[in-house]
Ligand binder design. Structure first.
Ligand code: ATP
Length: 347
């Protein structure tokens, strides 16, 4: 059992604020993903939970106990990093056993090592040295080494980033499966939104040290709290267009969307590529075809409207000449509306 509570946690180095007022309870057995661009403070947050970084302000509790002053080794936490951190002179078996030895864990080490190896399908490789393994296999050794301790908390920092695209997908599935099987509270750091969406029970989206939104993948996708989240989540990310709303009608360059229930003023209107459509007659957006990508099950069209690129998902058989005029249907019902200044969601 491990519930982790971050109470108004901040990290500063001099004037620089790395993490600003992070306030969240991570439920027992939850898979929480910290997501955001490089430098947004995800790793620092995780390192504070691990005890590898001092907390400047606030407290961190694990199961009701404040751990701010507890050494990393005294926290019941196992970590997995992108650089696997394996000992090159030890074989897989010895690498996986290592944490049991250093911690002088009692019981049958051999059975624990073999069980962990089995869980990540490493049994045939127990005699090999790390240099004799592929990147994916090395990462699985790092996972087995974390599992073997049977910790209450897993912390994972971009564990898939050194793997190629295909291995990333299969290892991702394995991590998801393992976390489900082991029922361990997991905090997972990534800048890859697809990883976040596929793995997380809840995602924390961060930017510049500040939490932008916390929610399930569906909540964050369907209801982004601001333009940062809207522009970060989804592939492609949400289309965002600037303009003004007067009496429920949004107007920008080459765009006119009536029927919105949103306050008058400067606004950013967002909509997803899959919600918009190529229109047979004049519709909300007048644009020119910029490029087309065949996705197999659909065709992704990028069009240029008033200088901005907008993505629209079209049927797979759709074809158009680059530069051809095209109209895009963006009914009010599919629009997300954000305040033009603060970027916060208003409708
Ligand atoms: P990445 O995905 O690149 O690892 P991140 O979101 O994990 O990024 P952090 O490593 O948490 O980001 O860093 C957050 C900010 O704090 C960055 O701007 C970084 O330069 C800064 N930072 C990190 N460690 C220190 C330090 N020891 N001293 C000063 N600034 C630091």
């Amino acid at each position: 059992m491990a519930e982790i509570k971050l109470n108004h946690v901040s990290k500063r180095w001099g004037e620089f604020v790395g993490v600003d007022d992070f306030d969240l309870t991570i439920a027992d057995r939850e898979f929480l993903v910290l997501l955001g661009p490089s430098g947004c403070g995800k790793t620092t947050t995780m390192r504070m939970i691990a005890g590898l970084e001092d907390v400047t302000e606030g407290t961190i509790e694990v199961d009701g106990q404040v751990v701010n002053d507890l050494d990393p080794k005294d926290r019941d936490i196992a970590m997995v990093f992108q650089s696997y951190g394996l000992y090159p002179n030890m074989n897989v078996y010895e690498n996986v056993r290592f944490p049991l030895k250093v911690r002088k864990v009692e019981g049958d080490h051999d059975a624990k090592v073999r069980r962990a190896a089995e869980m990540v399908e490493l049994t045939p490789f127990l005699d090999r040295k790390p240099a004799e393994l592929s990147g994916g296999q090395r990462q699985r050794v790092a996972l087995a080494r974390a599992i073997v301790r049977e910790p209450n908390v897993f912390l994972m920092d971009e564990p898939l980033s050194n793997l190629d695209a295909k291995l990333r997908v299969s290892t991702r599935a394995q991590i998801k499966n393992l976390s489900h099987e082991l029922q361990v509270t997991t905090v997972y750091v990534t800048h890859d939104q697809i990883e976040a969406m596929t793995l997380a029970d809840r995602v924390v989206v961060m930017s510049k040290g500040v939490v932008q939104q916390v929610g399930t993948p569906v909540e964050i996708y369907d209801n982004p709290a601001n333009t940062f989240v809207a522009g970060f989540i989804g592939s492609p990310a949400m289309n965002l267009m600037q303009g003004t709303i007067r009496g429920g009608t949004f107007e920008g360059r080459n765009v006119r969307i009536p029927g919105l229930t949103a306050p008058d003023g400067e606004a950013t209107v967002g909509f997803r590529a899959e919600d918009a459509a190529i229109a047979p007659t004049s519709a909300e957006i007048d644009a020119k075809v910029y490029t087309m990508e065949l996705l197999g099950d659909a065709t992704m069209i990028a069009v240029k409207a008033g200088g901005e690129l907008v993505s629209v998902k079209a049927p797979k058989e759709y074809r158009a000449e680059i530069g051809a005029p095209v109209s895009i249907s963006v009914p009010a019902a599919i629009c997300h509306v954000f305040d033009g200044t603060s970027g916060r969601r208003v409708a």
